[in-house]
Design a protein around this ligand. Structure first.
Ligand code: 3PG
Length: 306
């Protein structure tokens, strides 16, 4: 069994060591491709492996096609919008993710961004506190639930929307369920986005929603840039000089946003929500175990393609 870990943005060394141990113990061979800059390197490396472990690395039909022995792709993380599921299914390749393994890291970053923006990017002027403010969580999955857990410590008033999550789950977490996205944006000073990028969610957050936010609203996006209608957001920030936007997933037009709204927008230079030793260890080792389980027993509990 040959297992390729291909990460343009590498895992922490300690995570790779842990993954190697799992792979070694199973008698499999690890091939490591880190910080690759050319797509061809991935196409070459995948040619003779049985399994591929990735992060946000793009696995399209060409990569699937190049993996002649490929049986499984595990995205060490939550979102799998970087994998062509149809191509994988057509080639009989199982695609899996590792839900929940990096969600605390992303949730902690939400509060780093929120504090940074609420304190005017630490520029020395008077800002505001999160305590007692309203927080709306858009999607109550693994990250959203961790955001709620941390927000309770800040004594925020928390609400959330998630058509796939029963109200009881939110109520048990001290969160008020909201049933329309318009209401979520209209009633929360801080809104944190945790929806996946899908054809349905693509560009779904724009002018109409953002301008519903209360005075001094702060929108935080640690999900995907694709869920934002960038032109609409730009117009919203133009018409509402009180609003701010912080993202771990910089918009395609980041430079324009920064030039137009200085002090009101912030983007991390590289997506770093899951970029912690702990998240890398959790997601990386879970991915390695899922690969070994699948190759040895066919286990595919975390399969995301049909
Ligand atoms: C995820 O979907 O798990 C996060 O966006 C993390 O992505 P990354 O592994 O590229 O940091």
């Amino acid at each position: 069994m040959k297992i390729l870990i291909a990460t343009e943005k590498p895992f922490a060394g300690v995570a790779v060591e842990g993954m190697k141990k799992v792979i070694d113990e199973a008698g499999a061979e690890l091939v490591l491709l880190e910080k690759y800059t050319d797509r061809q390197q991935l196409l070459d490396a995948v040619a003779d492996v049985d399994a591929l472990i990735i992060r946000s690395d793009k696995v399209d039909a060409d990569v699937i096609g190049a993996g002649k022995n490929l049986k499984i792709v595990v995205r060490a993380g939550a979102g799998y919008d970087n994998v062509d599921l149809e191509a994988a299914t057509a080639a009989g390749v199982s695609v899996q993710n590792t839900p929940g393994q990096n969600s605390n890291a992303v949730a902690e970053l939400v509060f780093g961004l929120a504090t940074f923006m609420a304190r005017n990017m630490f520029n020395g002027t008077s800002g505001w506190e999160l305590k007692g403010k309203t927080l709306g969580i858009q999607a109550f999955g693994q990250v959203g639930r961790n955001v709620a857990r941390i927000a309770r410590g800040y004594e925020m008033n928390i609400s959330a929307i998630d058509p796939y999550c029963p109200d009881d789950v939110m109520l048990d977490a001290g969160v008020t369920p909201v049933h329309s996205v318009e209401e979520l944006y209209a009633t929360n000073r801080v809104v944190s986005i945790h929806i996946p990028a899908t054809p349905e969610t693509r560009e779904s957050i724009g002018y109409e929603l953002v301008t519903r936010m209360p005075k001094g609203g702060l929108l935080i996006n640690t999900a995907r840039k694709e869920v934002i209608d960038e032109a609409g957001l730009m117009q919203a920030l133009t018409d509402r000089p009180d609003l701010k936007y912080a993202a771990d997933v910089a918009p395609a037009r980041a430079a324009e946003f920064e030039a137009m709204f200085p002090g009101r927008v912030f983007f991390t230079p590289k997506k770093m929500g899951a970029q912690t030793a702990e998240a890398n260890i959790n997601a990386g080792i879970a991915a390695a175990r899922q690969v070994i389980d699948f190759l040895t027993t066919g286990a595919d509990r975390f399969r995301v393609n049909k």
